[in-house]
Write a protein that binds this ligand. Structure first.
Ligand code: HEC
Ligand code: HEC
Length: 329
């Protein structure tokens, strides 16, 4: 009995020196070459809304595959989701599209774009604590953001999405970073995020498009053309599951701060954190096995609301923050 008590006491004793280990994460991400940062730019044939001028691309197998890839990214549910005619093709479990989050098919800086992305994989990812390929990363979004299952890596559809990302990356040096990749860096609050405040922000600034109950607004012309949603669902069975990056508070707030309200992304960081905490307090599909995400606890993202942890903070702390105190000094 005494021995057990001692073992249990040890982590508590060490708590103050532990926490999210930025230095270790950087060491794990290290690459043995000089990593350049290149400017964000789009190839000829696509505009800043992600609209492709097919005539400019021609009709080579490469061009056709790129164009198909763009369709899959912008109207995912029509080809690879619940609306696909062939049941076997229903890999996504919700009616979002990749461009519900990767704005305009991934052509907007700071809104998780796909420009230059082909050049920066394979890449270390802390969630699985291993080097992952671009295909792995796409399938991560299929299983989590799209609440579905992985698509075969050698399928026509995976090749088309890869071709589209390859085209958006033409001319980028292998291994280079791109200015505007990913989402903006978060500015942490000194307090925990407050879903009650978030609820008011939601009513004032989000509900008009996404609905009182986060159900979104469907595109009535979907049968003819376009994406399934005009304004996508933010919670419930038709949105991302609890394994998605969007479900984690810091990551979700970074997206919301950078992009929403659509056309007028003017929230403060406080508002972005509070409203994201509210959205993520609503029910959605559960991703099983999340305890296995981030197996190296030293670099487990602070906004993971499922343990285990090695820093002495509990699931509630990790879910809502404040986060500054969780960073290893
Ligand atoms: C619910 C929102 C959402 C949806 C839908 C979604 N993603 Fe993502 N995706 C994210 C977030 C958030 C990230 C991480 C962003 C970051 O921090 O750079 C991400 C990251 C990625 C990355 C890695 C980006 C990088 O810069 O390293 C790829 C590739 C990707 N997603 C592909 C897809 C594809 C393909 C689809 C559609 C099948 C899709 N995603 C659907 C939210 C989403
Ligand atoms: C003017 C309409 C509009 C308003 C207002 C708006 N959104 Fe959106 N939102 C969109 C559209 C359209 C998309 C799809 C992505 C795109 O087109 O950029 C989207 C996508 C999203 C997504 C990712 C996709 C998903 O279904 O999860 C989140 C999260 C989100 N919005 C949150 C918010 C929050 C929070 C607010 C309020 C602060 C808000 N939005 C206000 C139109 C709007």
């Amino acid at each position: 009995m005494r021995k057990t008590a001692l073992v249990l006491a040890l982590p508590l004793f060490f708590t103050p020196v532990l926490g999210f280990d930025v230095a270790k994460l950087n060491a794990k991400k290290a690459v043995p070459y000089e990593q350049k940062t290149q400017e964000f730019r789009l190839p000829v044939g696509i505009d800043e809304n992600g609209v492709i001028d097919e005539a400019k691309l021609g009709d080579s197998p490469y061009a056709k595959t790129v164009i198909y890839g763009a369709k899959l990214i912008n109207e995912t549910t029509r080809y690879l989701g619940p609306q696909a005619k062939d049941e076997k093709m229903r890999f996504a479990g919700n009616n979002l599209s990749c461009s519900s989050c990767h704005t305009s098919g991934g052509v907007v800086p700071d809104q998780s774009p796909f420009v230059g992305i082909y050049a920066r994989f394979p890449q270390y990812v802390a969630r699985s604590d291993q080097l992952v390929t671009l295909q792995d990363r796409i399938n991560g979004c299929f299983q989590r953001s799209m609440a579905g299952r992985a698509i075969p890596t050698n399928s026509k559809e995976m090749r088309a999405m890869i071709a589209y990302m390859h085209w958006l990356s033409a001319g980028y040096e292998v291994g280079a970073k791109v200015r505007g990749q990913g989402l903006p860096k978060a500015q942490f609050l000194d307090r925990a995020a407050d879903p009650k405040k978030g609820r008011e922000i939601y009513a004032a600034k989000c509900a008009a498009c996404h609905g009182e109950n986060g159900e979104g607004i469907k595109n009535e012309a979907f049968a003819q053309n376009g994406d399934y949603y005009t304004f996508p669902a933010l919670w419930g069975d038709d949105s991302y599951n609890t394994g998605a990056g969007m479900y984690r508070l810091i990551e979700g707030a970074r997206y919301v701060k950078a992009t929403m309200p659509k056309g007028d992304a003017s929230l403060s960081w406080e508002e972005a954190f509070d409203v994201t905490a509210y959205i993520n307090s609503k029910p959605r599909k559960i991703k099983p096995d999340r305890k296995k995400d981030f197996p190296d606890l030293d670099v487990k993202q602070m906004d993971m609301d499922v343990g285990p942890y090695n820093d002495g903070f509990d699931e509630n702390d990790h879910r809502f923050g404040p986060y500054k105190r969780m960073i290893k000094k």
